[in-house]
Design a protein around this ligand. Structure first.
Ligand code: DON
Length: 593
C-alpha cells in the first residue's frame, strides 16, 4: 500500500507547501505516511517566495489553463495569433514537454476530449501500447511474484509512446496551423532555456536521487550533480534537437526514424522489449466519447481504454436521485452516498474494463438505469458497506505523473487534454541523447490479478498485459454542456484519484453552485473500492461529519493533496469564460483574452 501513497504524493502532492493558511480552505499539515516516502521533495519552501496565487481570471474570447505558466502563455499566444483551440492544445502539449518534464511529455501518451463549435463531440486516444513482445506475467518472477519496481523503474515498464502521433493527428484533422508553427515556442524554450520558479524546482527535486543514477539525465536535470535552484535557467539542447526533428520530419522522425532508433537501442541495452516494429505499428485512435446526463447537464468524457468517463457516469447515475444540493457539500449524507457510489463503480471499473481492442467492455450495462438502481438499492442508509462485500456486480468476469490542461477559443471550440508518463518522470530514464523521459505506463496494467499497482488499484484479467494492448487508465479529460452549449472543461492528474477529482469539480459547480475558484480550492475525497478507505484532503469534513462517518464504519485517511484541476467554466449569466490556477500546483496559471 505504501506504493500507493508514494504515487499519490509523487504525482500530485509535492506542491503542498504552497498552500497558505489564507486560502479559502485550511490545509493543516497531516501525518500522511507518504510524506516520509522516497519521493518527498527536499527543497525548503522558505528558499524563495512562491508565485502568488492568481485570482479568478475572466475572459471574453479564449482561455488557457495549464500546470506551467509558460505553457499557458504559449497557448494564449497561439489563440491570439488566430489559432484555434486544437492549434493551442498541440502547442501547449509540446511546451509542457519542455517546461513540465515530469508530466508533460513526448515519451508518454494520453487522451484529448473535444467539443467543437459546430456541436460535435470527439475523443482522441493516444495512450501508449504494450510492446509486441510483452506477456501477461512479464512483471512476475519465476515463482509468480510481482517484482517490485520492474513496471515502474525499468525499461520493461515502458509502453510505446503516443503523444507525438496524437498531437499530429489532432492538428491535421482539426487544427489550422502548421506543425512547425505550433512547435516553435517549445523548441525555443528548450533551446534558450527558461527561468525555474520554486514550483518547478520542487517537482524536479522529487527525483534528484534517480537523476544521479544516469549520467545522461544528470547532465540535463542536475547542475553539476546538484539540484537546480529557483532563478537558474534550465536549457535542454538535446530535447530541442529532438523537437526540431519532429517539427521537420513529422511523425516519421519519431516513429520510423532516428528517435525510435535511439529509444529501441537504449531499451535493448537495458533489457527492455521495445522494437522498431512497435514504433512503426503505433496508431492513435478516434473514439466516441462516453456521454451521460446529470441534472440537466451533459457530461462528455473518456471511453476505454480510460475508465474515467465510465466511472464518472456510473457514479453520477447512482447518486442522481439524491438531493446533494440540499444536503450540502461534504455533509454526512452527501459524503456517504458519494463514497458508496464510488466504491461500487470502482469495483466494476477494476473488474470489467480494459482496452476495447482486446476485451469486451460492458459499458451499456454499467451505465444502464437498471444497473444504477440495483447498486443504489444495495447502499445502506446509515452504514458503510465493507469493500469485501462489494464485487464487480455484473457477475463473474467473462473472458470474452500526468498533467491536464483545458483550452477554449473564440469560436467556442473546447479541448481537454490529460497526458502522462505515469509516475513523475516515468521510469526516470532518458534514451541516449533524445532528451525526454520515457513513461512507465506498463504499471497501469494488472501485473497479477489481485496485486495492487502503484496507485493501489486491485485490477483483474480484463486489464492483463497483452502485446499491443493499451493499459487501463483513469485519465478523464471531460467537457460539460448545458442545453448543448459549453458549460465547463475540466480534468486533473492524480492516478486513480483523477476520477474523483474531476467528478467533484463538476459537482461543485453544477450541484453546489460554486464558482470555478471555489470549486477548485474545495477539499476533495476519494474511494476506489480497495483499499477500503476514504481518502480525504485536510478540511474535507467538519469534525462532526467526520465523527458521524467514522461511526458509520468509514476509515478516513487524510492525504495532504490530490491532483490539481485545470478547469474553465462558462459563467452562464455573463457568458464569460472563468478559470484560475489550482493553488495545489503553484507553477501553473490561467490566462485569457
Ligand atoms: O492513466 C492513468 O490512470 C495513470 N497513468 C495516471 C498517472 C497519474 O495521474 C500520475 N500522477 N499524477
Amino acid at each position: 500500500m505504501r506504493n500507493f501513497y508514494a504515487a499519490i504524493l509523487a504525482c500530485c502532492l509535492v506542491a503542498g507547501g504552497a498552500i497558505t493558511s489564507s486560502d479559502a480552505f485550511a490545509f493543516p499539515q497531516d501525518t500522511h505516511p507518504a510524506q516520509d516516502g522516497p519521493l518527498q521533495p527536499k527543497v525548503a519552501s522558505k528558499q524563495q517566495p512562491l508565485r502568488p496565487h492568481e485570482p479568478l481570471v475572466t475572459a471574453k474570447h479564449g482561455m488557457v489553463v495549464t500546470a506551467q505558466h509558460l505553457a499557458t502563455q504559449v497557448g494564449l499566444n497561439i489563440l491570439k495569433q488566430g489559432g484555434n483551440a486544437v492549434d493551442a492544445a498541440v502547442a501547449v502539449g509540446y511546451a509542457l514537454a519542455v517546461v513540465h518534464p515530469c508530466c508533460g511529455n513526448i515519451g508518454g501518451g494520453g487522451f484529448m476530449t473535444l467539443h467543437l463549435a459546430d456541436g460535435r463531440n470527439l475523443f482522441l486516444d493516444f495512450r501508449e501500447k504494450a510492446p509486441l513482445a510483452a506477456t501477461p506475467d512479464m512483471m512476475q518472477n519465476a515463482a509468480g511474484k510481482v517484482v517490485k519496481g520492474r513496471s515502474t523503474k525499468t525499461y520493461l515498464g515502458v509502453g510505446v509512446p503516443g503523444s507525438v502521433m496524437g498531437f499530429d493527428d489532432a492538428l491535421k484533422k482539426y487544427g489550422t496551423m502548421s506543425l512547425a508553427k505550433v512547435m516553435a515556442p517549445a523548441i525555443k524554450l528548450a533551446k534558450d532555456g527558461y527561468v525555474l520558479e520554486p514550483g518547478d524546482v520542487r517537482i524536479l527535486d522529487t527525483s534528484t536521487d534517480y537523476f544521479r543514477q544516469h549520467p545522461n539525465v544528470a547532465a540535463i536535470f542536475l547542475d553539476h550533480g546538484q539540484p537546480w535552484k529557483a532563478g537558474q535557467v534550465l536549457k535542454q539542447p538535446q530535447l530541442a534537437h529532438t523537437l526540431e526533428l519532429i517539427a521537420q520530419g513529422g511523425t516519421r522522425a519519431f516513429y520510423d526514424g532516428p528517435i525510435a532508433a535511439a529509444v529501441v537501442k537504449a531499451s535493448r541495452v537495458n533489457h527492455g522489449l521495445l522494437s522498431l516494429k512497435d514504433f512503426r505499428d503505433y496508431t492513435a485512435q478516434w473514439e466516441k466519447p462516453i456521454e451521460c446526463e446529470y441534472h440537466g447537464y451533459t457530461i462528455i468524457s473518456s471511453p476505454p481504454p480510460s475508465s474515467g468517463g465510465t466511472t464518472i457516469c456510473e457514479t453520477l447515475q447512482i447518486i442522481a436521485p439524491y438531493p446533494f444540493a440540499k444536503w450540502g457539500f461534504h455533509s454526512t449524507q452527501s459524503a456517504h452516498y458519494f463514497i458508496e457510489a464510488e466504491r461500487r463503480a470502482f469495483a466494476d471499473r477494476n473488474t470489467y474494463l480494459g482496452d476495447p481492442a482486446f476485451v469486451h467492455n460492458p459499458i451499456k450495462q454499467l451505465l444502464s438505469a437498471e444497473h444504477a438502481a440495483e447498486l443504489r438499492a444495495s447502499i445502506l442508509p446509515d452504514k458503510a458497506t465493507p469493500s469485501a462485500q462489494v464485487k464487480g456486480s455484473l457477475g463473474p468476469y467473462q473472458a470474452t505523473n500526468t498533467t491536464h490542461y483545458s483550452i477554449v477559443d473564440d469560436e467556442g471550440n473546447a479541448v481537454a487534454v490529460t497526458y502522462t508518463v505515469n509516475s513523475y518522470f516515468g521510469i526516470k530514464q532518458i534514451a541516449g541523447n533524445t532528451g525526454f523521459f520515457l513513461n512507465n505506463e506498463m504499471d497501469d496494467f494488472t501485473s497479477k490479478p489481485g496485486v495492487p499497482n502503484q496507485f493501489g488499484l486491485v485490477q483483474g484479467k480484463a486489464n492483463q498485459i497483452e502485446p499491443g494492448k493499451r493499459s487501463l487508465s483513469s485519465m478523464s479529460p471531460t467537457i460539460v454542456l448545458k442545453d448543448g452549449k459549453l458549460a465547463m472543461v475540466t480534468g486533473s492528474p492524480g492516478g486513480s484519484t483523477i476520477i474523483s477529482t474531476t467528478m467533484e469539480s463538476i459537482l461543485n459547480v453544477v450541484e453546489y453552485g460554486m464558482n470555478v475558484k471555489q470549486a477548485i480550492d474545495a477539499p476533495r475525497i476519494h474511494m476506489q473500492w480497495y483499499p477500503d478507505e476514504v481518502f480525504a484532503e485536510p478540511g474535507s469534513f467538519t469534525p462532526t461529519v467526520r465523527d458521524a462517518l467514522e461511526a458509520m464504519g468509514y476509515k478516513i485517511r487524510t492525504v495532504r493533496q490530490m491532483g490539481d484541476i485545470a478547469a474553465i467554466v462558462v459563467n452562464l449569466k455573463t457568458g464569460e469564460l472563468e478559470s484560475v490556477n489550482d493553488p495545489r500546483y503553484p507553477a501553473g496559471s490561467a490566462a485569457g483574452y
